[in-house]
Design a binder for this molecule. Structure first.
Ligand code: SAH
Length: 223
C-alpha cells in the first residue's frame, strides 16, 4: 500500500536503478521496470530503511542478508523471464527478490528454511498484495516437486554443488541461476536445459550466505 511519504523512496529507487543498475549494463527493460516499482525499503527492518537503496547487501536477521540491488538485477536478467513463466526461488529471505520476480513472471514459488523469516515475509507479501507469490517452509535444495517443472529457478544462497533435484525440476528451455563454490566465495553459474542436455556458463565471482540442506551444506551445529 502506497503512502504519500513514498515519493521520497520513489526518487531513491530511480537513483538506484540509474546509478547502480543501468550504469553497470543491465538492459532488460522488464528488470529495470520491476526494480523501479518494488518498494525495497519495506523489505528491510525499520532501523535500516534509510539505507535500503544503498549499493550493498543488508542484514535481515537470523544472520541472513538481502542481496545488493545490482546482484538482484543481474540474476533476474540472467533468468530471461517472460510474463507466462513460472519461477522457483530457493531462499525467500526478506522477499525482495521474489517480489522483483513476481512483477515480471506469472507465478513465483519461493522456499525458505528459517521459520521466522518464512512467517514474517509471508505476511509482507499479503500486505503488499503479491498474490502471485506462493511460499513454502522447507528445504529448498529438494525443489518443489509438486509444482515442477519450472521455466526458471533462482537460488539466492551459496551451494557447494548444483542440487540435483533442481536440474530435474527445470522445464525444457528452462534457466537456472545459482552461486556455487566454497563457504567464502562462489561463482554465479547459469544452467540452460534444452533437448541436447545441459549447458553451463559462468557469470563471475560472488559471495552469498550458505545454502543449507540435503543437497547443499550440512546443517550448522547449534542452529
Ligand atoms: N532472496 C533473498 C535472499 C535471502 S539470503 C532476499 O531477497 O532477501 C538467503 C536465504 O536463503 C536465507 O533466508 C536462508 O535462510 C535461505 N536458505 C538457505 N538454505 C536454504 C534452503 N535449503 N532452503 C530454503 N532456504 C534456504
Amino acid at each position: 500500500m502506497m503512502e504519500t511519504s513514498d515519493i521520497k523512496y520513489t526518487r531513491h529507487r530511480e537513483n538506484m536503478v540509474r546509478k547502480q543498475i543501468e550504469a553497470r549494463g543491465i538492459r532488460d527493460q522488464r528488470v529495470l521496470d520491476a526494480m523501479r516499482k518494488v518498494p525495497r525499503h519495506l523489505f528491510v527492518g525499520e532501523a535500516l530503511i534509510e539505507q535500503a537503496y544503498g549499493d550493498f547487501p543488508l542484514p535481515i536477521g537470523e544472520q541472513q542478508t538481502i542481496s545488493q540491488p545490482y546482484i538482484v538485477a543481474e540474476m533476474t536478467q540472467a533468468l530471461a523471464l517472460s510474463e507466462n513463466d513460472r519461477v522457483l526461488e530457493i531462499g525467500t529471505g526478506s522477499g525482495y527478490q521474489a517480489a522483483v520476480l513476481a512483477e515480471i513472471a506469472d507465478r513465483v514459488y519461493t522456499v525458505e528454511r528459517i521459520h521466522s523469516l518464512f512467517v514474517k515475509t509471508r505476511k509482507l507479501f499479503d500486505r503488499l498484495r503479491y498474490y502471485n507469490i506462493l511460499t513454502r517452509f522447507s528445504d529448498g535444495t529438494l525443489g518443489w516437486e509438486e509444482e515442477a517443472p519450472f521455466d526458471a529457478i533462482i537460488v539466492t544462497a551459496g551451494s557447494p554443488k548444483i542440487p540435483e533435484p533442481l536440474i530435474h525440476q527445470l522445464a525444457p528451455g528452462g534457466r537456472l541461476v545459482i552461486p556455487v563454490g566454497d563457504r567464502f566465495t562462489q561463482e554465479m553459474l547459469k544452467i540452460c536445459k534444452d533437448e541436447k542436455g545441459i549447458r553451463e556458463s559462468n557469470m563471475g565471482g560472488c559471495r552469498f550466505v550458505k545454502l543449507i540442506g540435503e543437497h547443499g551444506w550440512s546443517k550448522v551445529a547449534g542452529e
